[in-house]
Design a protein around this ligand. Structure first.
Ligand code: HSE
Length: 439
């Protein structure tokens, strides 16, 4: 049997502790699967002196205070980076490990989204693996699916629910009629949210994951800085109810599509038909759909966060290295990745949901419909809600009525122009709400 593969783990939070526990408690079975033993030899953590119960006795391993020292140590073959963050010690230690000829396993989506091109070149120059299955959708083997399982396809679109916190919030708002703030608080209490939950609810976390999938799906260099991003903070119970009534659910999707002008990467609240597979994904569960020319459409779903689920992906990467399974980081040699060409949002084509608070007076709706028609927008369905209460007795001008529209396919440019004109006409009492539809 080959000599043991020596592992060093930097960062012993939830995922690091679960990884250490699985590698040690499943050692016999993992050895059989990989054809060689995997041996945890060294660890690095900020809280070395704390008595935190990590669920595993780590006293027998060499402890490092400096992740770069661990990354370059002769005691390891594989550096497992679970520190987090797109720069600082995570970036320094991963780069140092690759340059020192160590394989790297990381769960760090922010790091790969920001520095994936440079790190892939460094890994391939050194002839070592850089793998990050856990960085996207936690325990779902989506990287493997794109890089290996879809190798025979030309991918036209990849999209998914990649943030458990947002899906948890939207699901509870829909099922229990709770408000946004209550649901966010509970997601934080349950430990789903990032340290700064703005990263979840504003879409950054999804954008990091999407950037990685885009590179794998389309063979382009990673580009995360120009992703169009809208979070879920503007979604109200009225939108959730309207979606339900119109036959849709609202999900925060990351979508990457090949268009005639380049690649469109966008993260935003999205209406999906209730009977779509992705609409069935509730709570913290993640799901990713890949459209390929040969296979058609596939969807993988499962836990997108949590110590053991994420460690499942980390350990799978370690087993691949132990098996000497070495693949190009983004599915083709990093030097051959195509430059990323952005398809601008104004050319986005699709259906839209519009919610308007319309002043209830003659001609208001006709004016709105005209503005839509002027931009060549065709309406698929229209719902107007009766005003609550009556102003007739008070003599005041009637309060606004809620009008909800679903459009046929149109462009972002046309929708924006129509909404600007509707705003300027003065028949509405509040900024319009607009949600894109994905089919
Ligand atoms: N905060 C993330 C989520 C964790 O809610 O999905 C995994 O990246």
């Amino acid at each position: 049997m080959k000599k043991p593969l020596k592992l060093g783990i930097a960062g012993l939070g939830t995922v690091g502790s679960s990884t250490a526990r699985i590698v040690t408690s499943q050692a016999e079975e993992l050895t059989l699967r990989a054809g060689r033993p995997m041996q945890l030899t060294a660890v690095c953590t900020r809280s070395r002196t704390s008595n935190k119960d990590r669920g595993i006795d780590l006293s027998g391993y060499t402890w490092f205070d400096d992740p770069v020292a661990l990354a370059t140590s002769d005691e390891i073959d594989v550096f497992v980076e679970l520190i987090g963050g797109d720069g600082g010690p995570a970036y320094a230690s991963v780069l140092a490990a690759l340059k020192a000829g160590k394989h790297v396993v990381t769960a760090n989506k922010a790091l790969i989204a920001a520095h994936g091109n440079e790190l892939a070149l460094a890994a391939e120059a050194a002839g070592v693996s850089l793998v990050f299955e856990a960085a996207v959708a936690g325990g779902i083997p989506i990287i493997k699916a794109l890089r290996e399982g879809m190798a025979g396809n030309s991918v036209s679109r990849v999209y998914g629910i990649m943030n458990g916190t947002c899906n948890y919030i939207l699901t509870r708002m829909e099922n229990e009629g709770l408000d946004f703030e209550t649901c966010l608080k509970q997601a934080q209490e349950l430990g789903y949210a990032e340290a700064d939950p703005a990263f979840d609810i504003e879409g950054n976390d999804t954008a990091h994951k999407l950037a990685i999938l885009t590179s794998l799906a389309f063979g382009t260099r990673i580009e995360s800085s120009s992703i169009y991003m809208e979070g879920i903070t503007s979604i109200t119970s009225a939108d959730i109810d309207a979606a339900d009534e119109l036959g849709y659910r609202i999900k925060l999707l990351g979508v990457s599509v090949k268009t005639d002008t380049g690649i469109e990467q966008r993260v935003h609240p999205t209406m999906v038909p209730k009977d779509a597979n992705i609409a069935q994904i509730s709570g913290v569960t993640n799901a990713v759909v890949i459209d390929g020319d040969a296979v058609g459409s596939i969807m993988l779903s499962g836990p997108g966060a949590g110590g053991d689920a994420t460690a499942s992906a980390v350990v799978a990467d370690i087993v691949d290295i132990a098996r000497d399974l070495s693949l190009p980081v983004f599915g083709r040699p990093a030097a051959t990745l195509a430059p990323y060409v952005r398809s601008k949002m104004r050319t986005h084509a699709g259906g839209y949901y519009i919610r308007l608070s319309v002043l209830d007076r003659p001609g208001a709706f006709a004016a709105i419909a005209k503005r839509m028609g002027d931009e060549g927008i065709s309406l698929e369905s229209i719902v107007q809600k009766r005003r609550v209460g009556s102003d007739a007795e008070s003599g005041n001008e009637p309060g606004p009525a809620t009008v909800m529209l679903i459009t046929h396919e149109t462009t972002e440019k046309a929708i924006r122009a129509a909404l600007d004109a509707i705003n300027a006409d003065g028949h509405i009492a509040a900024q319009p709400q607009m949600i894109r539809i994905e089919r």
